[in-house]
Design a protein around this ligand. Structure first.
Ligand code: MRU
Length: 370
């Protein structure tokens, strides 16, 4: 997507300097910083410390990490694969990308061939992610069009966290239909839930939307139900970090409450995801591993003060905190899944109608024990 007129992806290989580069998302929305990732260890740190985040981008970054592993020492790629998979547990794209790389690298014979195939696979994973997100935009656009024809004024869409282009390689999932609608001249307005504790909504989604001139308003997470009750939301669009083959959806903490409020107010609640986010081996959302992060993300908050990013404490040091990164929205609350192959119901039969080969091919592989 464009930032100040220049096209950016969230990750790329800089051929000239021979280095993997990313946008360091910790500095947004205040600064656009490009960071070099020269080694596998740098890649692992960038994922675990959330310089990059979002299911698709985590997968693409791990794909490039495996390329660097093949460059560093093809003999140790199995160890490096374990290290990369351990960086974050919930988004299934991570293990999916690492396993895809392992298979490709192990099939190659010489060290040079292993490096070549790892490079090509990393590029393929990134390109396929971008292409899938673009398709999601085309399919999701119809939902917005349908609403637009039945009302005056903008279509009001509520989203949670950041399932925008920053969470993928390009376009995003939840935001892709919004960008497509904006381009098609359909007036849209987006309610952006701030998404405590790390505020991906306020700092990333809102930044994306303002960069593209899309009208939006940031609200605290607790206000989502209120704006729905007041008739100010036509559609909820969110992303997913892992979706079971039966349609249960793990997404950023707070999504479940947003889905409950949408159900109570008869507002369609759609989840947009590329097929790399399905866990074809899981039937029950309760089995999805939920990441727990450092409690200081809850008891402190980061922001800009005198042009410097600082962290301030919110609570008494004696008060313990828990930091659950994700929750699971059961399929009964999901109106539909927007994928690169079209829209389906959040149920096994409908999902497998769109992706008939997936169960037998075992792709993406099980990551239940990651
Ligand atoms: O913890 P994060 O920022 O990596 O969480 C991922 C997310 O941004 C959300 O859960 C998002 O809605 C889906 S990921 C594409």
């Amino acid at each position: 997507m464009k930032v100040d007129g220049s096209h950016y992806r969230t990750i790329w290989y800089n051929e000239e300097d021979g280095v993997v580069q990313i946008i360091d998302q910790r500095a947004l929305p205040f600064k656009l910083i490009v960071e070099d990732l020269p080694t596998v260890d740098d890649v692992a740190l960038a994922i675990s410390e959330m310089h990059v985040r979002g299911a698709g981008l985590i997968g693409a970054t791990a794909g490039f990490g495996m390329f660097l592993a093949a460059l560093e020492n093809p003999e140790t790629i199995e160890e490096q694969a374990v290290k990369l998979k351990a960086t974050r547990p919930t988004a299934v794209n991570l293990a999916w990308a690492v396993d895809r790389q392992l298979k490709a690298i192990n099939n190659a014979q010489t060290p040079l061939d292993k490096q070549k195939v790892a490079f090509q696979t990393a590029q393929d994973i990134a390109n396929e992610d971008a292409a899938a997100c673009k398709k999601i935009g085309e399919h999701g656009l119809q939902l917005i069009k349908d609403i637009a024809t039945k009302k005056d004024g903008p279509v009001n869409i509520l989203t949670h966290c950041n399932a925008g282009w920053l969470a993928f390689v390009d376009y995003g999932t939840a935001t892709s239909p919004i960008y497509a609608a904006h381009e098609a001249g359909i007036p849209v307005h987006v309610w952006v839930e701030e998404t405590r504790p790390r505020n991906q909504g306020a700092s990333l989604t809102a930044w994306e939307l303002q960069s593209h001139g899309i009208p939006h308003t940031i609200i605290v997470d607790n206000a989502g139900g209120h704006v729905m009750q007041k008739g100010m939301v036509d559609l909820v669009l969110v992303g997913s970090d892992r979706t079971t083959v039966t349609g249960d959806v793990a997404n950023k903490i707070g999504t479940y409450k947003t889905a409950l409020a949408a159900k109570d107010n008869n507002i369609p609640f759609y989840v947009a995801l590329p097929s790399s986010t399905f866990d074809w081996n899981l039937e029950d959302g309760n089995q999805i591993p939920i990441e727990e992060r450092n409690p200081d993300e809850v008891t402190a908050i980061t922001g800009l003060h005198n042009n410097e990013q600082i962290k301030i404490t919110l609570s008494h040091p004696n008060s313990p905190a828990k930091n659950y990164g994700f929750d699971v929205t059961p399929r009964r609350l999901v109106s539909g899944l927007i994928t690169e192959r079209g829209i389906c119901n959040a149920e096994k039969e409908s999902i497998l109608n769109l992706f008939p080969q997936s169960l037998s091919s075992g792709l993406p592989p099980s990551t239940r024990n990651v």
